[in-house]
Design a protein around this ligand. Structure first.
Ligand SMILES: CC(C)(COP(=O)(O)OP(=O)(O)OC[C@H]1O[C@@H](n2cnc3c(N)ncnc32)[C@H](O)[C@@H]1OP(=O)(O)O)[C@@H](O)C(=O)NCCC(=O)NCCS
Length: 206
């Protein structure tokens, strides 16, 4: 299971086409090293923009890690329905300031449950040879790891869906939603309170 530090309010949500701007901004915020690790090589801003334009067009499911409402990490699952079993791929990115705090692990748990719940029997993950963090997460989840010339390939074999994997996906989405709604309601109440205070402050004394 993931090990997110308790004070971090991280919500893991499914992302949709309407989130493309946030996704693009997240990839653009990745430092050069993280971007290289994510795409297994150097990619230009233009290539990132084109990649995001098509991110929902490849039989894919994307999840995001939101911290205080801002997208700080992404997990992508590609080839979920039509390309299985061989080509279902997973990939991850977490912004530098948020790395090593359990977010990648939490994203991994979620996409793994999503894959399992859709009957995906084999997941592939590719990363560069020096990506020890990603390797650690893969090994922790019992991946079969093999070493190529440039990179590492990890293969995971989800079981059939279980009540636990379904609960993990449903509860995860719902708790993120409840947290989001609570945060929004609190913000709305605060703003209304602030406006009322301002109105009282400017009212002339009678
Ligand atoms: C790889 C990546 C997704 C991991 O996410 P993260 O939030 O940083 O990772 P987590 O904090 O969840 O887990 C990191 C694990 O690696 C371990 N770790 C950290 N540095 C390590 C190192 N140098 N060597 C070995 N293990 C290391 C941590 O201890 C932790 O393991 P633990 O939970 O057993 O303690 C993130 O660092 C990232 O986005 N990197 C750039 C993009 C990338 O590499 N994507 C992967 C290609 S698909």
């Amino acid at each position: 299971m993931s090990d997110i530090k308790p004070h971090l309010k991280v919500g893991i949500h499914r992302l949709y086409s309407s989130d493309k701007n946030k996704i693009r901004a997240h990839f653009m915020r990745l430092d050069a090293e993280s971007r290289r690790s994510r795409f297994c090589g150097t990619v230009s801003d233009g290539e990132v923009v084109r990649y995001v334009d098509e991110i929902f067009g490849h039989d894919s499911i994307t999840c995001g890690a939101l911290i205080d409402g801002k997208l700080r990490g992404i997990a992508e699952l590609r080839g979920v329905y039509y390309a299985r079993p061989a080509a279902t791929e997973i990939a991850f990115s977490v912004e530098k300031d948020w790395q090593n705090r359990g977010i990648g692990d939490a994203l991994f748990d979620r996409v793994f449950a999503i894959a399992q719940n859709r009957g995906v029997r084999m997941l592939h993950m590719l990363c560069l040879r020096d990506n020890n963090r990603m390797k650690r997460i893969a090994v922790k989840h019992n991946a079969e790891v093999s070493y190529g010339l440039d990179g590492i390939e990890a293969v995971l074999r989800p079981d059939w869906p279980t009540p636990l994997s379904i609960a993990q996906e449903v509860m995860g989405e719902t708790s993120g939603y409840v947290y989001d709604m609570t945060a929004r309601s609190c913000m709305a109440l605060l703003q209304a309170g602030r406006k009322a205070m301002q109105a009282l402050a400017v009212r002339p004394a009678s």
